[in-house]
Design a protein around this ligand. Structure first.
Ligand SMILES: [Zn+2]
Length: 320
């Protein structure tokens, strides 16, 4: 039976997986991502890792259907080209799919890492059994992926699902990495939580258990969540505001794709029910009723494995 390979390339590690043709995970492991010299060895390292795991004799198209690769940057999905990835020191356009095929002889399909994570959660994780799912990853930034009728949505320029850059803070208080202001990422990522806490502190909410960390410049999103769990007024205001802005974005998305599940992942989602309950309470009154009925806001289940599951699914969908 032919195998399917998957790689989820991150700035520090590459997660690798070997799957059966029915997408059962056979083996998974990680290798270091060597970003030195403009990341020139990254693809070859992945190739060698699979070759030594599978064995030279079986590492060919008779035994392997293909490899799915998730990358941390914008991707031209139809051509398998990555338009630069800062975390990997890849500053130029990289034809990942064709380069990997050249090195290994194995057909490759490439997509953005947030997209493959969404696809992984849709078919094997929190969205399992449903074809319409939106994933929102609340990490240092805010990533996202939209799965509609079982397929990822890419859009004409590949920017579909960039939920972090939907416009939600109409006061435009904070600068986004994308160059604009008011994006979800500026108020709902780990950075966004700090933005809000510092903003309210500067505007007079100084009676908080976070005072020392704020004054020392060492405030973290984790500390805010922990303080909220202890009913700190400032921290609770921040968590509620984060939930509101996520709800605004989900409300719009509901009227566009009407998903069964919104799946929240990433570090900020570790706030758990404290966050999801608040999001849901804001989301319902904001949203067109037929677009939210039956829709659930849930936490991701696959953790760091979502990417390899999604990448393997892409192989199944497009290369087999
Ligand atoms: Zn932005």
């Amino acid at each position: 039976m032919k195998k399917i390979l998957a790689a989820d390339i991150g700035g520090t590690t590459c997660k690798l997986g070997v799957f059966t043709s029915d997408l059962e995970l056979l083996d998974k492991w990680e290798i270091h991502t060597d970003v030195a010299d403009e990341g020139i060895r990254i693809l070859a390292d992945i190739h060698h890792a699979f070759q030594s795991k599978i064995g030279r004799l079986e590492y060919n198209t008779d035994n392997i259907t293909g490899i799915g690769i998730g990358v941390p940057g914008p991707v031209d999905f139809n051509n398998g080209i990555l338009n630069g990835a800062i975390n990997l020191n890849w500053t130029e356009q990289m034809p990942i799919a064709s380069q990997f095929e050249k090195i290994s002889g194995i057909p490759a399909i490439v997509d953005n890492d947030a997209n493959v994570a969404a696809l992984g959660e849709q078919f094997k994780g929190a969205g399992s059994g449903h074809k319409d799912v939106v994933m929102v990853t609340l990490g240092t930034g805010v990533g996202g992926g939209v799965v509609s009728n079982g397929m990822l949505i890419h859009g004409h320029g590949g920017a579909a699902g960039e939920i972090g850059h939907t416009y939600v803070d109409y006061n435009q208080r904070f600068q986004c990495n994308c160059g604009k202001k008011g994006c979800l990422e500026t108020v709902a990522s780990a950075t966004g939580m700090k933005n809000l806490a510092l903003h309210h502190y500067a505007n007079g909410m100084t009676s908080t258990s976070l005072k020392a960390e704020i004054e020392a410049g060492s405030l973290s999103a984790k500390a805010i969540v922990e303080a909220a769990e202890e009913n700190d007024t400032l921290a609770l205001k921040v968590v509620d505001e984060v939930a509101y802005y996520i709800a605004v974005a989900l409300s719009t998305l509901s009227a566009v794709t009407n998903p069964k599940y919104f799946i929240l992942g990433g570090g900020v989602s570790r706030a758990g029910r404290m966050l999801t309950d608040r999001i849901y309470n804001h989301y319902r009154p904001l949203t067109f009723t037929p677009a939210y009925e039956g829709t659930e806001i849930v936490l991701a289940e696959l953790g760091n494995d979502a990417g390899i599951y999604g990448a393997s699914r892409l192989v199944k969908q497009f290369l087999s």
